[in-house]
Design a protein around this ligand. Structure first.
Ligand code: SAH
Length: 235
C-alpha cells in the first residue's frame, strides 16, 4: 500500500506510525508514506491556504484551488482509480469492514483538513469520499489519518506476528473480543476464570464465545443486533 497525505503539517508524519508494529512494517517497506505540504501549492507570497467563509461565521476555510493543485501533484505516479479520501467529522464513520475493504487499494490519497474545514466544491468536484473516525471533532485530519493508516497496516499480510489473532479480534463477525487475562492467576484476590486454566480447548473456546456475546450485548447492543441479523442471514 502507498499512502500520500495532503497536510499543512507534513512534519507530523510518520509520527506514531514509525513505532512498534507499524514502524517495523514501514522499515520493511510493507507500505509507504509520503506527506505532501499543502502550503507548497499556495500561489501568493504570504503562502496563505485559507480564507473567511462566505455567509460569515467563525474560523477559516481551506481554499479549493490550492487543494486542487496539491491533489494534482499527489496523483502523479498513482493510477487514475486510486482511492481519494478526505478526513472529516461529517464523513461516513469508518468501521473495521471499511478498513478490510480499503486494504485491497494499492494507492490511497488522504486529505487532512484544518481550521473549520475544506471548501465543499473541492470535495464535490473531485467526488471525494469523506470519512470520519468518530462522532467528535478533532482540530485536524492528521490524527484521524494516523488512525486510518494504523488500522490498515496491521491487516497487511505478515505485519502482525500472529495473523490468527485477527480472527478473534473485536469487530470480527460484529463481536467484541472476549476478555483476556495473563499471569498471575490471582491478583488483588481476583481470580482468572477457572475454565481458562483447564487447558480444555473446547471449553475455553465456548467460554470465549459466550463472553464475547455477553460483552457485545451489554456494551454495544447496536453491534449485537448486526451479529444476530448476520447469523440469521447465514442460516
Ligand atoms: N467545522 C468542522 C470541523 C473542522 S475540524 C465541522 O464542524 O464539521 C478540522 C479538521 O479536522 C477537519 O477538516 C477534518 O479534517 C479533521 N477532523 C476533525 N474531526 C474529525 C473526525 N471525527 N474524523 C475525521 N477527521 C476529523
Amino acid at each position: 500500500m502507498k499512502f500520500k497525505i495532503l497536510t499543512l503539517f507534513p512534519e507530523m508524519f510518520p509520527g506514531p506510525i514509525n513505532h512498534s508494529i507499524t514502524g517495523k512494517a514501514l522499515r520493511k517497506k510493507k507500505f509507504q508514506l509520503e506527506a505532501i505540504n499543502i502550503r507548497d501549492f499556495s500561489i501568493n507570497k504570504a503562502k496563505t491556504v485559507d480564507d473567511t467563509p462566505f455567509g460569515g461565521g467563525a474560523g477559516m476555510i481551506m481554499k479549493p484551488e490550492i487543494l486542487q493543485n496539491a491533489l494534482t501533484f499527489a496523483k502523479k505516479g498513482f493510477k487514475k482509480n486510486c482511492k481519494i479520501l478526505s478526513l472529516s467529522p461529517s464523513g461516513k464513520k469508518i468501521t473495521q469492514n471499511f478498513i478490510k475493504n480499503l486494504v485491497s487499494s494499492k494507492e490511497i490519497i488522504l486529505i487532512c483538513g484544518r481550521y473549520e474545514g475544506i471548501d465543499q466544491r473541492f470535495i464535490d468536484y473531485n467526488e471525494i469520499e469523506e470519512i470520519s473516525v468518530g462522532d467528535y471533532v478533532l482540530s485536524g485530519g492528521e490524527i484521524a489519518s494516523f488512525i486510518l493508516i494504523d488500522a490498515c497496516v496491521r491487516l497487511i499480510p505478515e505485519v502482525l506476528g500472529n495473523s490468527k489473532s485477527l480472527s478473534s479480534e473485536s469487530f470480527h463477525d460484529y463481536l467484541l473480543e472476549y476478555s483476556q487475562y495473563t499471569k498471575p492467576s490471582i491478583w488483588n484476590k481476583l481470580k482468572v476464570p477457572e475454565v481458562l486454566l483447564t487447558g480444555n480447548h473446547k471449553k475455553i473456546s465456548d467460554w470465549r464465545l459466550n463472553n464475547s456475546l455477553e460483552k457485545t450485548k451489554k456494551i454495544r447492543p447496536d453491534l449485537y443486533k448486526l451479529f444476530v441479523k448476520e447469523k440469521k442471514r447465514k442460516l
